[in-house]
Design a protein around this ligand. Structure first.
Ligand code: TMP
Ligand code: ASP
Length: 260
């Protein structure tokens, strides 16, 4: 598929115009960043794994009636998506307390929550994606009250589905981040799930050892990030020859520090 002009470049992905109106090509880069770009590296093959894992999860969600921006994966690093106007809110769903939640409130790391907790962050790198209340979302007209309620319902449905999917392969879904966007097709205006769902945007712990199988391996300098992502893909049964990522031996991860 012929790539058009670059529409947007983020920390881990690039969007290019696609031939058909209203669609774009989402390209997954190998860049790993944390703490709002303060820490960065390149991990060869990460983009390929995220493309494949995100395609798997989003197409499963499409199948259970949760509309997403994904049309189809087109190659190892790219997928065709519907263009949406992103709502500038990150919706964080948590099943187990860890990360910024435990730091912020002094809660013990690993505390299992009685029911999923949904938090809102304003999507703004300059401000470090601050935590906000529902009232900020309506006050600044990022979304209406009924839209927020609908998105929260979607978040819970997605959480239910993903928790079950990961439980079946011996992984605890600790928390994750979702982004939603507005699809404007003439008179039709709908909110759909956008962005990606991958080990970059989820916390995934092995169910028995609690080994981290997500981007915390990079955030916390635990090493072997690629092996962890490969392990997730392998358990999801989607790690095929086609991805062309050679299994990396323990400790032989090729990462080039501080290259953008
Ligand atoms: P946090 O504990 O750092 O707030 O992260 C909660 C979840 O959201 C975790 O699964 C990682 C994900 N996340 C992102 O995908 N992007 C972000 O920019 C941040 C801060 C978190
Ligand atoms: N995605 C954010 C960053 O790139 C934060 C994170 O995931 O930890 O800096």
């Amino acid at each position: 598929m012929k790539k058009g002009k670059k529409l947007y470049e983020g920390k881990a992905k690039i969007l290019y115009a696609a031939p058909e109106k209203g669609t774009a090509i989402q390209h997954f880069k190998d860049n790993a960043t944390a703490f709002n770009n303060q820490k960065k590296t390149i991990i060869e093959g990460k983009g390929i794994l995220n493309n494949r894992i995100s395609e798997h999860i989003l197409s499963n969600l499409n199948q259970i009636g949760i509309e997403t921006h994904l049309i189809k994966r087109i190659n190892m690093r790219e997928q065709l998506i519907k263009i949406v106007e992103i709502i500038p809110v990150e919706f964080i769903v948590r099943n187990i307390a860890t990360g910024s939640l435990t730091k912020r409130l002094g809660i013990e790391d690993g505390t299992v929550l009685d029911k999923p907790l949904i938090e809102f962050c304003y999507k703004n790198d300059e401000l470090n994606d601050p935590l906000i209340a529902k009232e900020h979302i309506t006050a600044f007209k990022w979304a209406e009250e009924n839209e927020i309620n609908w998105i929260k319902d979607q978040c819970l449905r997605i959480n239910d589905f993903m928790q079950g999917m990961f439980k079946g392969i011996g992984i605890k879904l600790v928390d994750f981040k979702l982004e939603f966007g507005r699809l404007n097709q003439g008179e039709v205006r709908r909110i759909i799930l956008a962005d990606e769902i991958s080990p970059d945007t989820c916390r995934l712990w092995d169910a028995s050892s609690e080994k981290k199988l997500d981007k915390d391996r990079f955030r916390k300098d635990l090493g072997n990030l690629l092996e962890a992502y490969q392990e997730v893909a392998r358990r999801l049964n989607i790690l095929h020859e086609e991805t062309n990522i050679k299994p990396v031996e323990f400790g032989k991860l090729r990462s080039i520090k501080n290259r953008k």
